[in-house]
Design a protein around this ligand. Structure first.
Ligand SMILES: Cc1cc2nc3c(=O)[nH]c(=O)nc-3n(C[C@H](O)[C@H](O)[C@H](O)COP(=O)(O)O)c2cc1C
Length: 205
């Protein structure tokens, strides 16, 4: 896989914007997160995630909507990961620590003050496409934060793997159970995660 050059979009935005009033109201209409809880983050933030069945994508998009971050979906190349065979391939690759082949992403992570990396938990490990993304860009992340979605366990091991691959401690970590994601029970915790990121970034500035 080829390392992507600096993305022209990276220069187009000098600061991370809060969502426009129109977007905020549209988001409010489709979400239970009160507008008054939303915060503007001062940092230029990128959220990079992989999602096989949509949970991590849902969380990534809610997060981006709350903090006005850019977003990059990590996509791998290869046979579809659907069905029993797809599940087994994911599981096997995660267990072995395999590195998937991924498509070039849109944004250059080195142009961001913070990259928030999201992964589903596979076999108590990070997903192989996320391993590929982190290995590709390791050394180019200024600061990182991590999140994952899971069925119930494995998040701490995944965060330790990410920390080791990134070679730096994250500003913050956030794990969500897929059941809570479905009911919306995660939303207050998500807002607290964004608030902690903002506080940590102010301390680090
Ligand atoms: C191959 C595979 C292995 C998984 N292993 C775990 C696990 O070890 N622990 C866990 O809590 N959930 C596990 N899950 C459940 C996923 O982490 C969970 O459904 C997650 O929200 C999926 O995210 P996605 O919809 O973004 O792909 C596994 C799912 C798959 C497909």
């Amino acid at each position: 896989m080829r390392r992507q050059g600096k993305c022209p979009m990276a220069n187009a935005r000098l600061t991370c914007r809060a969502p426009s009033e129109k977007k905020r109201r549209a988001h409010q209409a489709s979400s239970d997160v009160p507008v008054e809880l939303e915060r503007k983050t001062q940092m230029k933030v990128l959220i990079a995630f992989y999602s096989r069945s949509g949970h991590t994508e849902q969380l990534a998009r809610e997060m981006a909507s709350l903090c006005g971050a850019d977003i990059d979906r990590i996509q791998d190349i290869g046979p579809p990961r659907t069905g029993l065979l797809g599940y087994m391939r994911c599981s096997w690759q995660a267990m072995r620590g395999s590195v998937a082949t991924i498509r070039p992403t849109l944004h250059d992570p080195s142009a961001y003050e913070l990259v928030i990396i999201g992964t589903p938990v596979w076999n108590w490990s990070l997903a192989s496409p996320v391993r590929a993304y982190v290995q590709l860009h390791s050394g180019h992340f200024r600061r990182v934060a991590f999140f994952c979605t899971e069925g119930g366990s494995g998040d701490q091991r995944v965060f330790a793997q990410l920390e080791s691959l990134c070679n730096q401690a994250p500003l913050e970590k956030f794990a969500v159970n897929a059941r809570d994601l479905a009911t919306g029970a995660h939303k207050a915790a998500l807002q607290r995660f964004i608030d902690r990121i903002n506080s940590a970034s102010l301390r680090a500035a």
